[in-house]
Design a protein around this ligand. Structure first.
Ligand code: OOB
Length: 586
């Protein structure tokens, strides 16, 4: 396929800005990945065009959140992407421009991202849970020209958020709202009706090696990092995932996790299903009640979940469900460690096969294989997609450890980025000189190549698959006038795996402050709900290391329980300690 087939004829789009910002593969690697057939010179927009030509009337997307349920055929999805592309172009959105997309699990999500792919504009894939702090940052940092959001979603009005972000971000020119009532902004439905949007967008469309989208990293620093994925590399991971997960034109994938996340988008996810000519079913929320009904009604064959949801589904199915789940063939579980005990229970309860996935938006994805023996499926997090995925397990000095020993996972390969977007200083730390990504994960490799995730060296909390960078939250806590010092660590949680605990030292002169007040302060600063600490402990002082730095290690050990080797941890001020439950985010 010629990349120019994407949007018709015209001069080639200038997407140079995006390329210069995103470190790319050295020529010899690019050459190797092309000659191995991994990079095939396709674009995401071109892929949809081809599928629509091959089977226009097949259903591409089912959006059940309406009455009646909405189905979108391949031809309709393709045409809708074209019309949106033309409308966006008429409003001045150009190749290489960034557009922050924050949409829930609806057909519109796919229509918008494919509309942007067609132009060569770059969607920045925000999650529905993000709030002003995150959206404002993404818009400002990426110099986004537009923000696409729902109206009211999950009890939150994104139009209000949009107004604030628009006020604070001079470069942001457009807000498109996926709602009949867009407030002071433009309804997404009106974009194709924009004057001048009759024809296809100008330019030859993006090149396969161009950045197609910016994914978000879970992060371990003060601000989230952005992950530039190219058409070539993303499509390779999608195509190979399809093969490993048995996705065909007859597959039906339920998007139960937030559609923008790398896992339900590309592992194999909605893009995998569209690649195969299968069907994508958008699940408005992942509770067993909603999801089980859709599995029965839509004949879902495959889906992906984070461990807490997999536990919930397993329990619900084991307890007996009125819904027929027999169409479900494969359940992918990943995003956080799935315990071996929980893994063993999946098949007897739900009746489907389990595939563990250990992936990262930066690239590398490991899957257990459908024909692996039970002990590998239940007891490992899988092996890499590609023979060209290079995986090293190293000690603190980057020396490879003995086979079978736990160490730091480093990786490079045909779909793993060589650097974050516009982050040269961070890249110097996050990648080795020869281009290996330091995943921050601690793993052990089996002779079969399967990896067992043993822990994490990066300063990140994995709250049931939702990633929290402690420094980011600490900075928000420190902004409170009564807070002298704050440190966020993980504490074990039976359901989520980990939840967050903030140790906070108040200023001496500060009056009484309750954890609930501090939490609502964080929400008031526009922080996503899942980042608000599950628990806040006010302490008089924090443990320090020999050189006087706060000892996160001791705090982590203390959070892990009173029996941990580091002892009981800092003395909690009895007057202010409140132990509160989780903060209610999924
Ligand atoms: C997926 O992507 P991210 O970018 O949200 O998070 C990546 C990190 C990994 O570095 C690791 O720390 C953790 O999430 N992780 C797991 C895991 N899967 C991811 N830790 C233990 N066991 C697992 N199975 O989470 C992601 C991307 C694509 C597919 C699946 C998950």
């Amino acid at each position: 396929m010629s990349p120019a087939a994407d949007t018709g004829t015209g001069t080639r789009a200038d997407t140079g800005t995006a390329r210069a910002d995103a470190p790319s593969w050295p020529a010899e690697f690019a050459e190797r990945y092309r000659s191995a057939g991994h990079w095939r010179g396709e674009t995401l927009g071109g892929m949809l065009r081809e599928r629509a030509a091959a089977h226009p009337d097949r259903v591409a997307v089912v959006d059940p959140d309406g009455d009646p349920r909405r189905t979108v055929s391949y031809a309709e999805l393709d045409a809708r992407a074209d019309r949106l592309a033309a409308g966006f172009t008429a409003r001045g959105i150009a190749p290489g421009d960034r557009v922050v997309v924050q949409l829930p699990n609806t057909a519109e999500f796919l229509e918008v991202v494919f509309g942007l792919f067609r132009i060569g504009a770059v969607p920045v894939l925000a999650l529905p849970a993000h709030r002003r702090a995150e959206i404002g940052y993404f818009c400002a940092f990426t110099e986004a020209v537009a923000y696409v959001c729902p109206g009211r979603h999950a009890g939150f009005d994104h139009r209000d958020l949009a107004a604030e972000v628009l006020r604070d971000t001079p470069g942001l020119r457009h807000v498109f709202v996926a709602d009949r009532d867009p407030g002071p902004f433009t309804a997404l439905a009106d974009v194709p009706r924009t004057p001048g949007s009759g024809g296809p967008p100008p330019g030859g469309g993006p090149r396969p090696e161009d950045v197609a989208l910016l994914q978000l990293s879970g992060g371990s620093t003060g601000v989230p990092k952005l992950i530039p994925r190219t058409h070539d590399d993303y499509l390779y991971s999608v195509r190979a995932s399809n093969e490993i997960c048995g996705v065909t034109a007859d597959s039906v994938y339920l998007v139960a996790l937030p559609a923008a996340h790398n896992f339900p988008l590309s592992s194999p996810g909605s893009l995998g299903l569209l690649y195969a000519g299968g069907r994508v079913v958008m699940c408005p929320q992942p509770s067993p009640d909603t999801a089980f009904l859709l599995i029965e009604r839509e004949g879902v064959t495959i889906t992906g979940l984070v461990p807490p949801l997999a536990l919930l589904w397993t329990e619900a199915a084991a307890a007996g469900t009125p819904y027929d789940l027999s169409s479900l063939d494969v359940l992918l579980v990943g995003g956080a460690k799935f315990s071996e005990e929980a893994a063993r229970r999946v098949r007897p309860a739900i009746g489907c096969r389990l595939q563990q996935v250990f992936g990262m938006a930066e690239g590398l994805v490991n899957y257990t294989r459908l024909d692996d023996p039970d002990e590998l499926v239940n007891g490992t997090q899988g092996r890499p997609i590609s023979a060209d995925d290079e995986v090293l397990v190293v000690d603190d000095e980057d020396r490879e450890v003995e086979p079978g020993t736990t160490g730091h996972l480093l990786t490079r390969g045909p779909y793993t980025i060589r650097g974050y977007w516009r982050a040269p200083e961070h890249n110097a730390r996050a990648f080795t000189a020869d281009g290996f990504y330091r995943t921050g994960d601690l793993v052990r490799a089996l002779p079969s190549g399967h990896l067992v995730v043993e822990g994490r060296a990066k300063d990140q909390i994995n709250r049931g698959g939702e990633k929290i960078a402690p420094e980011e939250v600490e900075n928000h806590l420190l902004a409170h006038p009564a807070v002298h010092d704050a440190h966020l660590v993980a504490e074990p949680d039976a359901y989520l795996g980990e939840r967050s605990l903030a140790y906070v030292v108040l200023r001496p002169a500060a009056g009484p402050l309750r954890p609930a007040e501090l939490k609502s302060y964080l929400r008031g600063r526009g922080l996503a709900g899942y980042k608000v600490p599950d628990r806040i402990a006010f302490v008089a002082a924090l443990p320090t290391t020999g050189v006087g730095k706060v000892s996160k290690r001791e705090l982590r050990a203390a959070a892990a329980g009173p029996d941990s080797p580091a002892g009981p941890g800092p003395a909690v001020r009895p007057d202010t300690d409140r132990t509160e439950g989780t903060n209610g985010t999924p």
